[in-house]
Design a binder for this molecule. Structure first.
Ligand SMILES: *Cc1c(COP(=O)(O)O)cnc(C)c1O
Length: 304
C-alpha cells in the first residue's frame, strides 16, 4: 500500500443520467490514485525541480505556500522520499492550531517558518534576502505552487498516462496555471482545454499561463471563472452536498479546493448544453485529497 506509482493511475468513465441525456461522455483521469499525500498534479510538477536540485548538488529544498497548500505537503513528502532536507516558508503568522497540511509537512520532516505577508512576498521575489541559521547546506528553491518551466514540463507528462486522442475537451482545475500550461503542451489543435479557476478575480492568470507557454494562447484554451464558490479554499453547503452526492453515485472522492469545484462546473456546463452532443470530456482529477483534512469530520461522507 501507499507506494508512489503512476501505474496506479486509471481512466474511468462516469455513468450518469446527465451525460447520457446530453449525449456526452466524461472520463476521469485519476491522478489522485498515485499516493494519498503526493497525489495528483503535484507529483508531476515537482519531478524536474527535484531532478535539478540533485544535479546542482543541493541537499535542501526550500519552497513557499499557505497553511493549506497541497504544494507544501507534497514537497515535504517528495523531498523526504528523495533524501533532501526541506524548508517551507509559510505565508502569515503561525496559527494557534496547525492545519492538517502543516502537520503533514512537519511529520515529513519539513522545517516550517512562518512569515509576515510582507516578508513572504519579499522573499518570494528575492530568496537571497532570506537567511536562516537553521537552514544548513545548499538550498534549491522551488517557486510557490511549483510555478515555472520545470513544473510545466513535469505537468505535460500527465497526459502521457492515458490515450488522449479520443477526447474533444480536456478539463482541469487551475491554481497557478502551471498544470494547465503543461496539458496545453500535449494537446492538438482539434482539442479544447478548459481550466476551472479555484480562485476569484484572478485576472492575471491568463497572462501568466501565456508567459509559461511562451506564446499567446491559442483560441482553444478557456479559463472558466464561474465556479470558485466564493474564492480560494472557500466553499458552500451546495458544493459539499454536491460532492457527497457525486461520491455516492461514482465512488470517487473529490477535494473541496480544486477538483470538487471542477467537477461541479463540468456537470453544470453539461446541463446548460455548453458541450455539443458527441463531446468526449477528459476530467483531470488532480488529487489534493489531503486538503479535505481541514474540514470538520463528517462534513464529507466518503466512508459510507
Ligand atoms: C495545486 C493543485 C491544483 C492547481 O494546480 P496549478 O498547477 O497550480 O494550476 C489543482 N488541483 C489540485 C488538487 C491541486 O492540489
Amino acid at each position: 500500500m501507499n507506494t508512489i506509482d503512476i501505474q496506479n493511475i486509471t481512466t474511468e468513465r462516469l455513468k450518469s443520467l446527465t451525460t447520457l441525456s446530453k449525449q456526452v461522455t466524461v472520463d476521469v483521469l485519476r491522478l489522485d490514485k498515485i499516493h494519498p499525500v503526493i497525489s495528483g498534479n503535484k507529483w508531476f510538477k515537482l519531478k524536474y525541480y527535484l531532478q535539478n536540485a540533485r544535479l546542482k548538488g543541493c541537499d535542501r529544498i526550500v519552497t513557499f505556500g499557505g497553511a493549506y497548500s497541497n504544494h507544501i505537503a507534497a514537497t515535504a513528502y517528495a523531498a523526504k522520499l528523495h533524501g533532501f532536507q526541506s524548508t517551507g516558508l509559510i505565508r502569515g503568522e503561525e496559527p494557534q492550531v496547525w492545519s492538517h497540511t502543516l502537520q503533514a509537512a512537519r511529520s515529513s520532516g519539513m522545517l516550517l517558518q512562518f512569515l509576515s505577508r510582507t516578508d513572504y512576498n519579499r522573499y518570494k521575489r528575492n530568496i537571497s534576502a532570506y537567511t536562516n541559521p537553521g537552514n544548513v547546506g545548499k538550498a534549491y528553491v522551488v517557486p510557490e505552487g511549483g510555478f515555472g518551466q520545470p513544473g510545466v514540463k513535469g505537468a505535460s507528462e500527465i497526459l502521457e498516462t492515458t490515450d488522449i486522442s479520443k477526447y474533444s475537451h480536456i478539463i482541469a482545475a487551475v491554481g497557478t496555471g502551471t498544470t494547465i500550461a503543461g496539458l496545453i503542451h500535449k494537446t492538438t489543435d482539434s482539442q479544447q482545454i478548459l481550466g476551472i479557476s479555484s480562485m476569484k478575480n484572478n485576472n492575471s492568470l491568463s497572462t501568466e499561463i501565456e508567459l509559461l507557454l511562451n506564446r499567446s494562447l491559442p483560441g482553444r484554451f478557456y479559463l472558466v471563472n464561474e465556479y470558485h464558490f466564493g474564492g480560494y479554499a472557500r466553499y458552500t453547503d451546495t458544493l459539499i452536498e454536491w460532492m457527497n452526492n457525486f461520491y455516492r453515485e461514482h465512488r470517487i472522492p473529490l477535494d473541496f479546493v480544486y477538483t470538487g469545484k471542477m467537477m461541479y462546473g463540468i456537470f453544470d456546463m453539461i446541463s446548460k448544453d455548453l458541450f455539443p452532443a458527441g463531446s468526449g470530456i477528459l476530467a483531470v482529477h488532480s488529487g489534493g485529497l489531503q486538503g479535505n483534512g481541514s474540514l470538520a469530520p463528517g462534513v464529507l461522507k466518503y466512508f459510507e
